[in-house]
Every structure is written in C-alpha cells, then in structure tokens.
Write a protein that binds this ligand. Structure first.
Ligand SMILES: Cc1cc2nc3c(=O)[nH]c(=O)nc-3n(C[C@H](O)[C@H](O)[C@H](O)COP(=O)(O)OP(=O)(O)OC[C@H]3O[C@@H](n4cnc5c(N)ncnc54)[C@H](O)[C@@H]3O)c2cc1C
Length: 455
C-alpha cells in the first residue's frame, strides 16, 4: 500500500479562516452571508471537549474519493481534531476544478487554471492512499483497493462522484473523435469545443440534455447560451441555427421561478428549444443526431437533426464499486443509499455519503457539497460519541446560471425547487456582479474555504 503521510505538505492547509474569506473577496460580506446560512457563508467550527476530541482521534476514518466532497468533510473534521486519523483513497495525481470546465470551453479560463496538484489539497496529517477502491465490504468494515490492499475503517465517507456513461448514446465515443463533436464534461473535449466554437463557419449547432441524474444540471444550458452569445458577439449570429434538445418540458424546470424568468430571455435570442427529446444515437457519416421524442400523451417518434457542431450529453452513473457493490440498492441508479437528511447510510450506520454519488435527490454540484459536508462531519462526530445524528441537510443547493458573457443569474433552492435567500441573490436577474463572482470568487471558495474545512 502506498501510504503518504502528508505531515509537511501544506498547500494552503495553514491558511486562517479570516484569510480564506479575505482571499475570496468576501471579507465582512462573508460574515453577512454566513448569517443567512447560505452556501457562500460558513458555519462555526465543530467545538469538542478534550474528552470528545480524544474519542474522535481514536476512530479510524476512511474517505473514498479525494475530491471536493471527500476533502471538505475530511478538512472540517481536521479543523476540529487536527490529529484525527483520516485516510483518503484517491487514485489521481491531478485534481480538476470541474465547475471551471464550462468557462474553459467558453474561452474565459485557460485550461491550467482548473488543474491542481492533488497532493497540494491535503491538509497536514491526512494520509493518502493513492489507489482506486475496487470493492466495498461494509460487513467487515473494510475497503479493498485495486492493488489488493485491505483498508479497515471505523467510519467510512463515500465521495466517488459520478461519471459519464459513454454507452448510453450509440456511437458517442466514436463521434467525439470527429472534428464536429465535443463536450465540456471532460477537460480535453472542452478545449476542443472552444476551438470548434471560435472557428465555426456557420450552420447548425446542436446541444443536448440527458435523462436521469445530471452532474451540474445547468452546465448543458450554460454552454449552449454562452456559445450562442459568442457567435452573436462575433457578428455571425444570422449564419447559425442553435438547437437545444432536452427530455425535460422546459429549460430549468427544477426551479419554476427561474425557469419562468430565463425561458423568455433565451427564446428571444432565437435559440430553438426542443422538449421531450432524448439523444439515442449519432450517425457520424451523415452528421445526424437521432432523438427519441416521448410526449406526455405517450406517443413516441424518431427525430433526426443534422449538425455542423454537436455538443452531446450522455447519461451519468456512479463508479463501478459503488453501482455494483453492497452500498447501493435497487431503484436508485447505483447511487449510495443514504438518508437524504442525515446523509448516513440506510443500512450501515458507520457509512456516510457526500456529493454527487449520494442518492439524496439534491443537485449534483459543488454548491450542494458546501451544505452537505458540515452535516456529514457533524454526524460522524455524533456517531463516534454514541449519539444519533443531530445535523440535518436541508436540501439547499445553488446555481450560477451563466446566461451570456458577463451575465449570470445566481440562486439557491431547496429540495422542492423553492428559492431561498432571494433577497441576496435577486435570482431572476442577469447581473454582472454574479458573473464576476462565478469567474473570480467561486474557485477560491472551493479551494481555500471548502477544502480547508471552513464550511
Ligand atoms: C462541466 C461541469 C460544470 C460544472 N459546474 C458547476 C457549477 O457551476 N457549480 C457547482 O457547484 N458545481 C458544478 N459542477 C459540479 C461539480 O464539479 C461536482 O458536483 C463536484 O465535483 C462533485 O464532487 P464530488 O466530490 O462528489 O465528486 P467528484 O468531484 O466527481 O470526485 C470524485 C472523486 O472520486 C475519485 N474516484 C472515482 N472513482 C474512484 C475509485 N474507484 N476509488 C477511489 N476514488 C475514486 C475521483 O478520482 C475523484 O477525485 C460542474 C461539473 C461539470 C463537469
């Protein structure tokens, strides 16, 4: 087992809470937002007595997946008990700030701006097992890695995220190799998309939206709208037909108030939205996207759409050890079977879930993790101390909906799609302020506030 104890690796592990807030440009405003409980604020650190801290220190906590979910939970625990026994299992050397992918594809960020050295993200004292989880064995309280090591735990946090399922659209992988097709969900393909969009000579641009759960349910719309605006700004809008095909019945149905505000804006820009349509296959030789239209009256028909540029969306799934292992169950799409309020596993009480892989029904975004991570950390401490979970995730998430260059609608919403903290966000307005915050603030919040456990 490769086991790097990163005692001296600092990254920004030593940064203070005040500096972290100053760095993202919130300062006193951060304190104001904190009062709202909004996702840009932060909670008070976990406060533990010496006896309780000693109990936490004695527990072996293993985190599967060292991205924003797993690391934010681990960092928050470390803030409370700096010598807590925390092991992170993460195979990659390079961490990507995925919320920046859309901005890379839009030519706003350079690719290197979304890449971090994984090692620099660990707080001092965290142990890193650089390997894949191959299997979960929760009845034995252990995890088996791809290299065959056995890692025992007292408490397990599962944060493996979700991945695109390339098999969900016929010929998708092959199409992505052609010069007309790219997708922002992988960094390399996002770079390709930027070049295709910037050099586009006109014609039909086709964007799609998948079925099932979606990592960042706003990203397919954002890239459509930004690209249309790119062509408008370049004076070639009249040479392009922009089509957006979605299985949903509207553009952002999950939050009706935002949907009502954004839909007329987008329609006025001449983007042609096609509802109830699922991408099934791509015919590479004729450059045709093939959709199945399933109407509410249950009628089904095939729709064929020629493309000169295609941004296709496959469906998503969880990584294999989760979707084929004992921590999921029938009917939840291979996700981790957790209670949506406590984030504790429904069968194994010493297992907790955070982020995209958890079957909460909440959006799969870093903004969701901002709210979930303190709940998970708090409930692990409760479990170690012998209490029932006392921390509740309220389902709140956030979304920066980039509607055009220099404009963003920012909002937070709960499990039922109801807006929260409307007075701060003014969610139905496209503003420059929130664009600037998305471009300049959120990455720092992610890296320096969340990953340092100040949530
Ligand atoms: C194009 C795009 C745009 C987005 N825009 C936004 C946005 O504007 N706002 C926002 O809040 N969010 C956005 N997101 C979503 C956000 O990036 C994710 O919600 C977030 O990264 C999820 O974090 P996670 O820790 O749950 O999973 P991930 O970040 O996906 O990380 C999972 C980790 O698990 C590791 N892993 C996988 N399999 C194994 C295994 N078998 N063993 C061990 N480790 C494993 C991976 O290497 C990875 O490090 C966007 C995402 C994309 C792709």
């Amino acid at each position: 087992m490769e086991d790097h104890n990163l005692k001296t690796e600092s990254g920004s592990g030593g940064i203070s809470r005040r500096d972290a807030l100053k760095y993202i440009g919130l300062g006193g405003g951060g304190l104001l937002l904190a009062g709202t409980g909004g996702f840009y604020g932060y909670r008070k650190s976990l406060q533990l007595s010496r006896t309780d801290a000693a109990k936490v220190r004695n527990a072996k906590i293993v985190v599967a997946g060292g991205s924003i979910g797993g690391l934010t939970v681990a960092a928050r625990l470390m803030r409370a008990v700096p010598d807590a026994n925390i092991t992170i299992i993460e195979p990659k050397d390079e961490h990507h700030y995925q919320p920046g992918y859309t901005l890379v594809a839009a030519g706003v960020y350079k690719p290197e701006e979304v890449i971090f050295d994984q090692k620099s993200l660990f707080m001092p004292g965290m142990k890193w097992v650089k390997d894949y989880v191959e299997a979960f064995e929760p009845d034995q309280n252990r995890v088996i890695t791809r290299k065959g090591d056995i890692i025992d735990y007292d408490y397990l946090v599962v944060g493996l995220g979700v991945e695109t399922n390339m098999n969900s659209v016929e010929n998708l992988a092959e199409a992505l190799e052609t010069p007309y097709v790219a997708n922002v969900y992988k960094l390399e393909s996002g770079i390709k998309f930027k070049n295709l969009a910037q050099n586009f000579g006109g014609g039909k641009a086709v964007f799609t939206y998948p079925t099932g759960y979606v990592k960042c349910g706003g990203a397919p719309q954002k890239i459509t709208w930004l690209t249309e605006d790119l062509w408008r700004g370049a004076g070639m809008r009249d040479q392009v037909e922009v089509h957006f095909h979605t299985p949903q019945n509207s553009l952002f149905p999950i939050v009706p108030k935002v949907d009502n505000a954004v839909r007329p804006l987008i329609e006025a820009r001449g983007i042609q939205n096609h509802y109830h349509q699922v991408l099934k296959a791509i015919d590479i030789s004729t450059r045709t996207a093939i959709f199945e239209e399933r109407m509410p009256d249950e009628s089904v028909r095939e729709i064929r759409q020629h493309y000169d540029l295609l941004h296709p969306m496959p469906t998503f799934r969880t990584p294999k050890p989760l979707r084929e292992g004992p921590l999921t169950r029938e009917g939840i799409g291979g996700q981790l079977d957790v209670d949506r309020i406590t984030l504790q596993h429904n069968v194994y009480p010493n297992v907790f879930g955070v982020g995209d892989n958890a079957a909460t029904g909440a959006p799969k975004t870093a903004a969701t993790i901002r709210k979930q991570a303190p709940v998970v950390a708090g409930n692990i401490v409760d479990a170690i101390l012998g209490y029932e979970p006392s921390n509740a995730y309220d389902g709140v998430s956030g979304c920066p909906l980039l509607t055009r260059y220099g404009r963003c609608m920012m909002f937070e919403f709960g499990y039922n799609g109801e807006l929260v903290n409307e007075w701060i966000f003014q969610p139905t307005k496209e503003t420059r302020l929130w664009w600037d915050f998305k471009v300049h603030g959120l990455k720092r919040l992610y890296r320096h506030v969340m990953m340092n456990g100040y949530v």
